[in-house]
Ligand binder design. Structure first.
Ligand code: CTP
Length: 392
């Protein structure tokens, strides 16, 4: 897959650098030409000789080895991957500091960049680092990892560099133009919470897993993704623009704010259908019985259907029982292109599991039943079905 590709691998000072040896081997095995540039700190963890041996090429460290190496080295480069990337290097790149050969090259290079961070979890959680990563992402830099697990310092947390196999997959993906490239996909996910008082709310059992899987699959296939989600313990996929909301009305506002540039909208959220007419400002005291008056929440899907234009609109229908007639009516009433029906009473389908059993119904009334599948596979099928429709 990587036959003849010129890849520049940047190494910075982290113990994770040992994993990059396998990454180099993997890339070379697939036919890539790999050149390594390392920082002084990286050379403390592993000698340049190691990488000279595995690449069969000179390893570059010194900015002054030749006055123009930072311009000449990246000239034929088709992908610059920095793995491992320390907090220090990420922050330097985010602010344009060029104080070693690697950071000079980064500034002079115009092609795709892939960064695999490696650091202690507290460093990764530092708001400055988060901001710097976001800053780089906004300029088009792609990130892979870090992963959760035990760290070199003996602590547990998110900060481990991804394994060589995952890095290799990210490298391959960087060379594959996804079938959704050029598309902006807006996805809703998770439940909503409708406040009763400062401590209580009405919600549902949705985990957000289905919507997050759709967002991750669309990103992998090259789309730009905005994920609007209610409270969920899932991690937003790397590269998605993430909007966190709580209530149905906040979700409605976020969707309307982001709909303009979207080419497709996939609404997997389990939006609460009712919310309390008024929220008590103080905690409601115990009583023998109370009544809470509920009112209908905004039907976001219906509203989007009304201003659909040429974009693709896909809704979900969570039903208790396989009610295809009701789903067909929803598809028609809400002006959808596809509706994904799942019977939440079936084992392995619906809320809080990693699998789903769905039936997809098209505008022409065509019904396709799918077997039990991982939510990620369901997500890819939804995208395949979407691509079969005409996209704007
Ligand atoms: N939906 C929405 N806004 C709401 C309620 C639902 O956008 N206030 C969307 C969901 O994201 C989903 C679809 O509508 O894509 C269907 O949700 P579902 O709860 O199954 O159906 P409802 O339209 O609420 O109808 P009913 O509960 O009567 O089946």
């Amino acid at each position: 897959m990587l036959n003849g590709k010129n890849i520049l691998l940047g190494l910075t000072g982290s113990i994770a650098v040992y994993k990059s040896i396998d990454l180099v081997r993997g890339m070379i095995k697939e036919g890539a030409n790999v050149t390594v540039v390392m920082t002084e700190a990286a050379s403390r963890f592993v000698t340049p000789l190691t990488f000279e041996t595995v690449t069969g090429r000179s390893v570059h460290i010194d900015t002054f080895e030749s006055p123009l190496s930072h311009i000449n080295l990246p000239r034929d480069t088709e992908l610059f991957i920095i793995a491992p990337a320390t907090a220090n290097t990420i922050s330097k790149l985010a602010s344009g500091i060029a104080d070693n050969l690697l950071s000079n090259i980064y500034l002079a290079y115009k092609g795709p960049v892939l960064i695999a961070p490696a650091m202690n979890y507290r460093m990764y959680e530092n708001p400055i680092i988060k901001e710097n990563i976001l800053r780089l992402e906004k300029t088009g830099v792609k990130f892979v990892g870090p992963e959760a697990g035990s760290l070199a310092c003996g602590e547990e947390g998110v900060g481990r560099m991804s394994e060589a196999g995952d890095l290799l997959e990210a490298v391959r993906a960087a060379f594959t133009q996804g079938d959704l490239s050029g598309h902006n996909i807006l996805v809703t996910a998770g439940p909503t919470r409708e406040a009763i008082d400062p401590v209580r709310f009405i919600s549902n059992r949705s985990s957000g897993k289905m919507g997050f899987a759709v967002a991750a699959a669309a990103l992998k296939r090259g789309a730009k993704v905005t994920l609007v989600s209610g409270p969920s313990s899932e991690h937003p996929p790397q590269g998605a623009s993430f909007v966190s909301v709580e209530s149905a009305s906040q979700m409605r506002d976020a969707v309307m704010q982001h709909i303009e540039n979207s080419t497709a909208v996939i609404m997997a959220a389990a939006v609460a259908d009712f919310s309390p007419v008024s929220k008590s400002e103080t905690k409601i005291k115990k009583a023998d019985s109370i009544s809470i008056e509920l009112q209908k929440t905004p039907d976001i899907l219906q509203e989007v259907g009304g201003k659909k234009g040429s974009r693709i609109l896909i809704g979900f229908a969570a039903e208790t029982g396989k009610n295809t007639e009701k789903a067909k009516k929803k598809l028609k009433d809400k002006n959808l292109d596809l509706i994904v029906l799942n019977d939440v009473t079936q084992k392995g389908a619906g809320f809080d599991v990693d699998t789903n059993i769905v039936t997809i119904i098209g505008r022409g009334g065509e019904i396709t039943d799918y077997p039990l599948m991982k939510k990620m596979d369901v997500a890819n099928i939804i995208i395949d079905r979407m691509l079969q429709l005409k996209m704007r």
